[in-house]
Design a protein around this ligand. Sequence first.
Ligand code: GDP
Length: 478
Amino acid sequence: ESLTVQELAKKLHREPSEIIKKLFMLGVMATINQTLDKDAIELIAGEYGVEVEEEILVDLTDLESLVTDDAPENTIERPSVVTIMGHVDHGKTTLLDSIRNTKVTEGEAGGITQHIGAYQVEVSGKKITFLDTPGHAAFTTMRARGAQVTDITILVVAADDGVMPQTVEAINHAKAAEVPIIVAVNKMDKESANPDRVMQELTEHGLVSEAWGGDTIFVPISAKQGEGIDTLLEMVLLVGEVEEYKANPERRAVGTVIESRLDKGRGTVATLLVQNGTLKIGDPIVVGNSFGRVRAMVNDLGRRVKEAGPSTPVEITGLNEVPDAGDRFIVFEDEKTARQVGETRAQRQLVSSRNEKSVVTLDNLFEQMKQGEIKELNIVLKADVQGSAEAVAASLQKIEVEGAKVKIIHSGVGAISESDIILASASNAIVIGFNVRPDVNAKRAAEAENVDVRLHRIIYKAIEEIEAAMKGMLDPEF
Ligand code: GDP
């Protein structure tokens, strides 16, 4: 990473002249537009204290520049990353399965496919990466965090059903992200299939097929019977060739979290999509607000691998905490820096989440519930000590199930009291007790008010339970 004197001054909130003076004192003659190397930057940052130095290092939002900033001669072609979108029941899952079944096993005899959130297939000697969480929830969540992982969208439209509300949503998401769309007209095996109607309807949304003088690729398929899949994949390769997706496998890896969870045996498990560089075992890494060393890596066939190049998804262990889907990751040169950056980021998040907590009143809670735009699971949390209350709250707040989140409306230390129950009841919350129990009055109140009280002694059990509950509380997709 390099900065000019002017850029560094801006990051440090100082005048460039001051930086030039400092450099001069350190024996370096510099002008305002001069580019400084890493050592010089660290030296100057050090002059302003460790905090300032960290400030520069923690800015992971600069990832996009890292992803694209390679000299052309250092880059090579990388596999396209594809997301499948479309209306519910139009065949996204069937298509993902069909692609995987027909292609993954061919060259990889004996591989046992493993769901890690993404997989790779090989077509005509080239690889394609598929994100296998269908629908645009994942796509949108990641975009909301500023992470763009998708290169190409396959829009699945059932030929017997035509363009539906989520088809239009998907088109809008892809367009907003400026991601090329390939239309897969699915269920062509059905009697009632009417591909012309699909083409007609999509014209109204700016997707005009090549046959009709436009530039959108349409491929008729039957995901169920495996028909047209080869052509579809050839078209993905074609678009990839035209768009020329490239990366530099020689650099330290950067990329995005696809999925993450806490595993009983293995600890924190995260699927990372390497977007540039090569990720290796032992790499010191910062992932969102967590950090660690890459302990083990497993690919989509369940095999242990030692490295993962551009566009490759791998499941890793070795992080101190569970990151969020859409979080970016960067490999650092040494473990000390990774730790420093990770800890600073976690600290910041803790501070900002504390500040976000608004005063809880029964009135505003009711309002918030009524709005119901953002689905939230409200929780009243009690724990034996402040430290565990904070730890549990931090983990709970990371939960996200298809856009729905947890909201800790109240957390405190000590036994669960009657007022905790009343608060929970009034705000349609559940109560979690961590190493504490309800007192007699609270028990009675909970029964009377039908408040769900859950007692736990292990953090991940609490998390698992909440996640399961959240899956159940969501409205069914239409
Ligand atoms: P998703 O909600 O978009 O993931 O859709 P699914 O993949 O779950 O498919 C919905 C239903 O459509 C299932 O019953 C599938 O078996 C069926 N389906 C998917 N693709 C085809 C196809 O090509 N032909 C026919 N006849 N049915 C299909």
